[in-house]
Design a protein around this ligand. Structure first.
Ligand code: FES
Ligand SMILES: [Fe+2]
Length: 453
């Protein structure tokens, strides 16, 4: 049993055991200091690919991106390219994006809609299910070679709560078995109704796990993101670990950090959050300590007025960030108004680079007075109606990705951390209990590397 002070941080000490916000039992992941080479060694990168990436469930897309039969999106990971396509019967299949004839890639864009796939090399055609429907000049092939119609190879694909998962293993355990979060956890947010209003993929000069590690803790906020201290209590974060590497941190928002001596004066950032919830700060008589609850009440009123169904959420969920980790490479910031889905994608060849893939998902609210919250960091003029799926914005290393102040701070920091990690002077990370999610994630990764799945 842990005796550490972090274990006593709870978002709601009165939560019943079966509440989704209830503190989870402590998991002892030991105190090992792991070798730093995991963050830069090409051999380690190769091992991860062979033992983990190709054997675990991965979030390949979202259902609302492909609502109609024939709609597809492409998921790329290292050198693999996988097509996720909606079938005539509404189900979804995942197909390797490679022509059975000579290996040409079948689709070249990120997403689209079609009735069949046609290869651009010799015009072989495939149905939405990947079966070959046309071989050009078929009579010129020895029947022995094409008698069992070649096809786009299918891989395992399952959906959960509006998210589409794939698994490259031939015989994976069912997603349900491996998905560590309790039933109802993601479902409450109705991701299946949310639309992607911004999608960015930026390249960062760090290992993908250097990225995960930084986003799995709030310990660095006071130093790297000091402006968050006015509206986030990094000293009151509830950290929970789930089976199979999943974890979360419940970060109280609309409240000052306990690191600040003054807990009463309402600062401009809190005022801004109040205004977003339709509270006039000039009319508000409470102290800073009462802002979070006032916003929760205001959001309930708005929900009653607009029929948003917030009864399904706890008070804390209305204000706080439920930053939820899904093994191996995902964190989703969950809010009633929307979600911020981050995927830390390994680079094709270089262990010291990764792609930071972010999707901003918005829950539709039909009200002229409503605007999406500022925390989403959407650039001025972003269409949040959900009617048009924006193209993915790609940026290379050093190019401005326009991700907002906090993420820009992280993108400047991580390459420097990566440089330090590969120094002969670094002996491996020393993780405190505010960083227990990191230990939990790396331990699950090690389990895969040891040959389990
Ligand atoms: S490679 Fe696709 S038809 Fe030849
Ligand atoms: Fe950060």
């Amino acid at each position: 049993m842990s005796t550490n002070v972090v274990e006593s941080w709870q978002i709601n000490p009165n939560a019943k055991a079966d509440d989704l916000e209830a503190k989870q039992p402590f998991i002892d992941n030991g105190l090992d200091v792991l070798e730093a080479s995991r963050y830069y060694s090409p051999d380690f990168m190769a091992l991860e690919w062979e033992k983990m990436w190709t054997r675990t469930w991965l979030i390949a897309g979202i259902e609302t991106d492909i609502p109609e039969p024939g709609d597809y999106s492409v998921f790329r990971i290292r050198r693999e390219s996988i097509i996720i396509v909606r079938q005539e019967d509404g189900s979804i299949k995942a197909l390797y994006n490679v022509c059975a004839h000579r290996g040409n890639q079948i689709v070249h864009n990120d997403r689209g809609s079609l009735v069949q796939f046609t290869c651009s090399f010799h015009s072989w055609q495939y149905g939405l299910d990947g079966a070959c429907t046309h071989i050009t000049d078929k009579e010129t092939f020895n029947p022995q070679l094409v008698c069992e119609n070649p096809r786009l190879k299918e891989l395992h694909c399952e959906t959960h709560a509006g998210l589409i998962f794939i698994n490259m293993d031939d015989n994976p355990p069912p997603l349900k078995e491996r998905f560590g979060l309790p039933e109802g956890y993601l479902e409450a947010y109705q991701l299946d109704k949310m639309h992607c209003v911004r999608h960015t993929v930026s390249e960062w000069a760090a290992n993908w796990k250097t990225g995960i590690d930084a986003f799995y803790e709030t310990y660095h906020l006071h130093s790297v993101h000091p402006e968050t201290q006015d509206v986030m209590d990094d000293m009151g974060v509830q950290v929970d670990l789930y089976p199979h590497g999943g974890s979360r941190m419940l970060v109280p928002i609309a409240v000052k950090t306990k690191r600040q001596a003054d807990q009463d004066v309402i600062n401009p950032s809190l005022e801004y959050m109040m205004m977003e919830a339709s509270i006039d700060p000039a009319q508000f008589n409470g102290s800073a300590k009462e802002v979070r609850e006032a916003i929760q009440r205001a959001k309930r009123e708005r929900s009653d007025r607009l029929g948003l169904g917030y009864e399904r959420f706890t008070d804390g969920q209305l204000t706080d960030s439920w930053a939820t980790g899904i093994f191996p490479n995902v964190q989703i910031g969950l809010h009633p108004e929307g979600a911020f889905l981050m995927r830390f994608m390994p680079h094709s060849t270089d262990p010291e680079k990764f792609y930071y893939d972010t999707m901003t998902l918005v829950y539709p609210v039909d009200d002229p007075d409503y605007s999406v919250p500022g925390w989403m960091g959407l650039p001025e003029g972003t269409d949040t109606s959900g009617e048009i799926r924006p193209d993915t914005e790609y940026t290379g290393i050093g190019e401005p990705a326009d991700l907002g102040q906090v993420l820009d701070q992280d993108s400047e920091l991580l390459p420097v951390v990566q440089q330090g990690i590969r120094s002969k002077g670094f002996a491996g990370a020393i993780w405190g209990e505010q960083e227990q999610r990191l230990r939990h994630f790396h331990r699950e990764l090690n389990r895969y590397l040891d040959g389990e799945k």
